[in-house]
Design a protein around this ligand. Structure first.
Ligand code: NAD
Length: 256
C-alpha cells in the first residue's frame, strides 16, 4: 500500500512538465494520493490539463492567487468533490523580469507588492481556505523556497525578500494551525531549470556555481525535491512542522 493511500491533495504551481510541482504531483500520485490541480490562467490550461489528465485528476481549476474569488471557488469545488483535504502544495512565485536583472535598490513599489502578493501572501490565503477542509485529517501544507531568502544571491533581489516573508509565514502558519493538527513546512530547493528560473538573469551561472561548490558537486533534480515533498506530505514527517528543509546538494552549509 502506498504512503498516501486515501489521501486527497491539491497542487498549485504546475506550468509544464519541468515544473517542480509536476515532479511532486507524480510522486504523491504514485503513493496513492488523489490530486486536484490548478493553473494560473487560460494560457497555461492547455499545458496543465493533459498532465493532470494523465494522473486521472477530476478537478483541474483556474486559480490566479491574486484573485480571492478564484481561490474561494477552488476550495468550494474541492469541498464538494473531495469532502476533505490532506495535502496542499504551494509551488508559486512571480516577480517582474526587470526586478531580477540589476540590483535590489531599484525595486519599484509595484514590483515589490506584486512579488510579495504572488510569492508570499498567497500561501496564507490558500492555507486559510484549506484549513477547514483539513480539520480532523493529517493535514500537510508545503511550499517551495530558495536560499536567496537568507543570503544575498545576485539578481534574485525582490524574490529573495519575498521568500524571506514566505519562510516567516511558514513559521507563523505552523504555530496557528499546529493545534488543529495541520503541519506547514517549506523545502529550500537548489537551482533547477524551469519556466520560473528562466526569468532570473544569470541563472546558468548559479547552476555552475553550485556544481563547483556544493558538497555533492552537482545540482539537484526536481525528482529529488519531490522525494522530500513526499516525506513532508506523509506521516513519515508527522512530528515536523514550521521547518525549512534544504534539498540543495548541501550548498547551504558551505562558508567558503
Ligand atoms: P514554474 O514556472 O514551473 O512554477 C511557477 C508557478 O507559479 C507556475 O506554475 C506559474 O503558473 C505559477 N504562478 C505564477 N504567478 C501565479 C499567480 N498569480 N497565480 C497562480 N499561479 C501563479 O517554476 P518552478 O521553478 O517549478 O517554481 C515553483 C516554486 O519553486 C516557486 O516558488 C519557485 O520560487 C520555487 N523554487 C524554484 C527553484 C528553481 O531553481 N527552479 C529553486 C528554489 C525554489
Amino acid at each position: 500500500m502506498g504512503l498516501l493511500e486515501g489521501r486527497k491533495g491539491i497542487i498549485f504551481g504546475v506550468a509544464n512538465e519541468k515544473s517542480i510541482a509536476w515532479a511532486i504531483a507524480q510522486k504523491l500520485h504514485k503513493e496513492g494520493a488523489e490530486l486536484a490541480f490548478t493553473f494560473a490562467g487560460e494560457a497555461l490550461e492547455k499545458r496543465v490539463r493533459p498532465l493532470a489528465d494523465s494522473l486521472g485528476a477530476k478537478l483541474i481549476l483556474q486559480c490566479d492567487v491574486t484573485k480571492d474569488d478564484q481561490i474561494q471557488s477552488v476550495f468550494e469545488q474541492v469541498q464538494s468533490s473531495f469532502g476533505y483535504l490532506d495535502i496542499l502544495v504551494h509551488a508559486i512565485a512571480f516577480a517582474n523580469k526587470e526586478d531580477l536583472k540589476t540590483d535590489f535598490l531599484s525595486t519599484s513599489r509595484d514590483g515589490f507588492r506584486l512579488a510579495h502578493d504572488v510569492s508570499a501572501y498567497s500561501l496564507t490565503a490558500l492555507a486559510r481556505q484549506a484549513a477547514p477542509l483539513m480539520q480532523g485529517r493529517p493535514g500537510s501544507i508545503l511550499t517551495l523556497t530558495y536560499y536567496g531568502a537568507e543570503k544575498v544571491v545576485p539578481r534574485y533581489n525582490v524574490m529573495g525578500v519575498a521568500k524571506a516573508a514566505l519562510e516567516a509565514s511558514v513559521r507563523y502558519l505552523a504555530a496557528d494551525l499546529g493545534p488543529k493538527g495541520i503541519r506547514v513546512n517549506a523545502i529550500s530547493a537548489g537551482p533547477i531549470r524551469t519556466l520560473a528560473s528562466a526569468g532570473i538573469s544569470g541563472f546558468m551561472e548559479m547552476l555552475h556555481y553550485v556544481e563547483a561548490k556544493a558538497p555533492l558537486r552537482r545540482n539537484v533534480t526536481a525528482e529529488e525535491v519531490a522525494g522530500t515533498a513526499l516525506y513532508l506530505a506523509s506521516d513519515l514527517s508527522s512530528g515536523v512542522t514550521g521547518e525549512v528543509i534544504y534539498v540543495d546538494a548541501g550548498y547551504n552549509i558551505m562558508g567558503m
